[in-house]
Design a protein around this ligand. Structure first.
Ligand SMILES: NC(=O)c1ccc[n+]([C@@H]2O[C@H](COP(=O)([O-])OP(=O)(O)OC[C@H]3O[C@@H](n4cnc5c(N)ncnc54)[C@H](O)[C@@H]3O)[C@@H](O)[C@H]2O)c1
Length: 447
């Protein structure tokens, strides 16, 4: 089957590489010339474990191609995926659909024979209708079916998620598209991954409902964590205690500094806007966004509190900048408001991230970027763990203490036990735990 993908970003590139691995003939098109030139040389512009090998293998076997001009590939394609970005529109929080509509206008003139145009980008309900309208306006004679096929992959585990999805959602109005979609996903279908066929609008809503629900779950446990700190309970035990209930489930119950990333913040906001426009406001998601924004800002105050309140002139070492491990994606990362908050309070910031520092540099100025966790901690008054990269789980605590000016560990991911940190001479502040090891708590006790 011949597949064209418009947009070779995270989703387009992973989808294209995996479809090629299934044996389809895939062309990924992107209007970013540097990105395409790099991909043609086999250089992958994003950090995603396992992706370079798949791209290389399929380039060698000529099943995967990259181009800035997709016209020929679109004419030949049975299925054309739209995987361009849908960021928050500046100023109002609606999803910016200009890239999707532009892609539809570019695809339309090239359609040749029955073609299924599939929207893989996350788009508000009704966008499929508009894409179909645009295509019919540009090419009234086109034989086309427009399908919604939202993507659920997680950055950092994208290949695994794409090849072993919990489900594939396909929203269609034209029954002819069903056999094409079944063929596109045939290898997964053989693996018995459930394919859920729905109406197009329903499929569009499923994606937003899923992300809003997960964002709500995270925010719920974050608020429980806040209460735990006040009442002397432990949020990790609570997460386990409720997560073992099958009706709740244990995933997305890790309290932390607030959610970020390229999807949850913008998708929650876009859902809020859609709901308001339809006079069906989703108050719970409105609260989630407000609580999460406030929480991310509050993390700087939490670090200051761990140092007794005043951090002017202090040096804070930050470990982990990306919004989660195994990605170099900095979009809406909690590290950004944290570091800006620390700088606003007069602290100097040193930082280390295993792969995200190049992406972070344009976003976070006046930061000393370091070569590793120990160089980062050098002469610091506090060490803050923001992203739970695997390598931060087994830090040499005595060595860290040896290089720091003041052994304060603020663990925003709860990857160290307070007792363990304290045994090595650290004052420890976690999330949703009784902050007995923190300086603030110590001074309260002394006072
Ligand atoms: N990143 C994720 O984890 C993830 C997961 C699920 C869904 N999504 C959704 O998938 C969509 C894409 O996200 P992403 O993270 O891959 O975005 P991205 O910004 O990484 O990639 C988008 C790409 O589209 C290209 N592009 C834009 N307009 C184009 C055009 N007219 N022709 C050709 N190329 C064009 C850009 O140059 C860019 O390379 C978004 O709607 C997002 O919400 C993302």
């Amino acid at each position: 089957m011949r597949v064209a993908i418009v947009g070779a970003g995270y989703v387009g590139l992973v989808s294209g590489a995996c479809f090629a691995d299934y044996g389809h003939e895939v062309t990924c098109c992107d209007n970013d010339q540097d990105k395409i030139a790099a991909l043609q040389r086999g250089v992958i512009p994003i950090y995603e474990p396992g992706l370079p090998e798949i791209v290389k293998r399929n380039l060698q076997q000529s099943r995967l191609a990259f181009t800035t001009n997709g016209d020929t590939a679109i004419r030949a394609a049975d299925a054309v995926f739209i995987a361009v970005g849908t960021p928050s529109r500046h100023g109002d929080g609606y999803a910016d659909l200009s890239y999707v509509y532009k892609a539809a206008r570019e695809i339309a003139p090239e359609l040749d024979g029955f073609t299924v145009v599939i929207i893989k980008s996350t788009v508000p309900v009704g966008t499929g209708d508009e894409v179909e309208r645009i295509i019919r306006e540009v090419r009234p004679d086109a034989d086309v079916a427009v399908v919604s096929n939202p993507e659920f992959l997680r950055e950092g585990a994208a290949i695994q998620d794409f090849k072993h999805p919990d489900r594939i959602v396909v929203g269609l109005e034209d029954p002819r598209a069903k056999s094409v979609m079944a063929e596109v996903y045939r290898p997964l279908y053989l693996n018995a991954a459930p394919i859920l066929y729905t109406g197009r609008r329903t499929a569009e809503m499923i994606k937003y409902a899923a992300n809003a629900f997960l964002a709500t779950k995270i925010t719920f446990i974050n608020e429980i964590a806040e209460l735990c700190e006040k009442v002397g309970a432990d949020v990790q035990d609570i997460a386990r205690g409720i997560g073992l209930d099958n009706r709740i489930g244990s995933k997305f119950l890790h309290a932390g500094p607030g959610f970020g990333g390229s999807c949850f913040p913008k998708d929650a906001l876009a859902l809020i806007k859609t709901a308001q426009d339809h006079d069906a406001p989703i108050r719970i998601v409105e609260a989630v966004v407000a609580v999460n924004d406030a929480r991310k800002r509050a993390m700087a105050r939490k670090v200051a509190a761990a140092l007794g309140g005043q951090i002017r002139g202090k040096v804070i070492a930050v470990l982990g900048l990306t919004f989660k491990p195994n990605t170099d994606d900095m979009r809406d990362a909690p590290s950004i408001p944290l570091i800006r908050g620390l700088q606003d309070m007069g602290a100097s910031v040193r930082a280390y991230d295993p792969v995200g520092m190049e992406q972070a540099k344009p976003l976070l100025q006046d930061v000393v970027y370091c070569d590793g966790p120990y160089a980062c901690a050098d002469s610091a008054d506090a060490l803050v763990i923001v992203t739970e990269w695997e390598q931060f789980r087994s830090l040499d605590l005595p060595r860290l203490k040896g290089v720091m000016r003041n052994p304060v560990l603020v663990d925003l991911r709860n990857i160290y036990q307070a007792e363990e940190a304290m045994r090595h001479g650290f004052s420890h502040v976690g999330i949703g735990q009784n902050a007995a090891g923190g300086l603030a708590a110590d001074s309260e006790k002394k006072g």
